[in-house]
Design a protein around this ligand. Structure first.
Ligand code: ZN
Length: 406
């Protein structure tokens, strides 16, 4: 089934109308068909796009509730409640937003089809059947055009990226794709350069939110880092270096080998030591005093000292995006001090109860761009390399993609 999905995906990619846009030049020009897609057609009619275009649109206005909005095109109160309840596990219609569209179709007086964009990728589609309302999530149908941008850093990644026609969102994607190889916060220098091949996406003929990078080369301090997109057999769209290694080095699931979670990530929790409700944007792992604590990913130690309520505390910077922090330690491992490089799985310290703590445990937190995020739910893509079965397909796509980095 997964193989079939993958093949469908390739066929889908092949029938897209491919053209190329030089981002330094706003004119869109058609180029030779890529040799990977000999059977593509010029103007495919995607039924999902045709369907969307056949719908009527109501734009949610100031003061509208979902009930008053749908009432304008003939959905009464009872039907509205049924729609809300049949959709509740996919989208909460009571939180529709001002300025967004509700799209619908009527058969006589009956609204038989209603849809709304959940985000930039998916929409909820509600249909009225003899059995009542059914709701499901569907991908938004976009069309894609190939695009290319390149530049040299003279001012900053954003300034020079924008000059090359790249949107801020696309620049952030580039920084995230190579975030394990290059520290974009501090190490990007004048004279660094980039080449990026990506797809712009369009909806109803208008450029929509940014598309997807599929090949990227960034030269930082004379070293070139290259990444290509490869959809694996499970449908994950991940980036790999030319040898087929993941661009992402996975975090360990937990910083302790044996432990149990005693307190999860919460925005309000009663703190037994300070006697107040405070957010706990971290995970507490109960473990005996002295249990070794592991660095969850490669990085460098930026702090290892007593730090107020955190007690003995270690901060590890992994790249320009992620940092992890470890609190209440009884002791630091030998050699752990600011500036020291640690590898994933290295012992950095030992569980204790220093600072504001009622018993031995490890308080572990992850920061992404300086903000605390939930370590248990944050999407940290797996770092596995391309598998042997996927290897030939990877080599084929990689060659095709890197050719586009002129
Ligand atoms: Zn804690």
């Amino acid at each position: 089934m997964k193989k079939i999905l993958f093949i469908l995906l390739l066929i889908g990619a092949a029938v897209f109308y491919f053209s190329s846009v030089n981002s330094l030049d706003t004119e869109i020009v058609q180029v030779d068909q890529p040799d990977t897609a000999p059977e593509q057609q010029k103007d495919p009619i995607d039924p999902a796009i045709a369907l969307e275009q056949s719908l009527k649109t109501y734009t949610i206005e100031e003061g509208d509730t979902f009930a008053t909005a749908v009432e304008t095109f003939g959905i009464g109160y009872g039907d509205m409640l049924n729609i809300v309840s049949s959709s509740q596990y996919i989208y909460d219609f009571t939180s529709v937003r001002l300025g967004r569209d509700l799209r619908y179709r009527k058969k006589g007086e009956d609204v038989t089809h209603l849809e709304y964009d959940i985000d930039n990728d998916d929409k909820i589609v509600v249909k009225k059947t003899a059995a009542g309302y059914t709701a499901k999530k569907e991908p938004i149908p976009y069309t894609y055009k190939e695009a290319y941008g390149e530049g040299t850093i003279l001012a900053s990644l954003f300034v020079d990226g924008n000059k090359a026609g790249l949107s801020d969102a696309l620049i952030l994607d580039m920084a995230e794709i190579l975030g394990w190889s290059i520290d974009f916060a501090t190490a990007v220098q004048e004279g660094d350069s980039f080449k990026v091949a990506y797809k712009k996406r369009f909806r109803n003929g208008e450029e929509a939110s940014h598309g997807e990078v599929y090949a990227l080369a960034f030269t930082n301090m004379s070293k070139t880092h290259t990444a290509t997109l490869f959809p694996d057999t499970e449908g994950n769209r991940r980036y790999y270096d030319p040898d087929g290694n993941s661009m992402v080095r996975q975090f360990l699931k937990a910083p302790l080998r044996y432990s149990r979670i005693t307190s999860g990530f919460a925005y309000g929790r009663f703190h037994p030591v300070i006697g107040k409700n405070v957010p706990h944007l971290a995970i507490d792992y109960a473990a005996p005093r002295g249990t070794p604590i592991l660095a969850t990913a490669d990085g460098s130690v930026t702090m290892s000292r007593y730090n107020g309520g955190f007690g003995n505390f270690i901060d590890i910077k992994h790249n320009g995006i992620y940092a992890t922090q470890y609190a209440h330690l009884s002791a630091y491992a030998k050699g752990i001090r600011p500036g020291v490089r640690v590898a994933q799985g290295d012992v950095i310290g030992y569980v204790g109860s220093t600072g504001w703590s009622t018993g031995p445990h490890l308080h572990y937190q992850i920061k992404k761009y300086g903000q605390l995020v939930n370590p248990l739910t944050i999407e940290l893509p797996a770092g596995d390399p391309v598998t042997e079965e996927e290897r030939s397909e990877f080599e084929r796509l990689k060659q095709d993609y890197t050719k586009k980095l002129k």
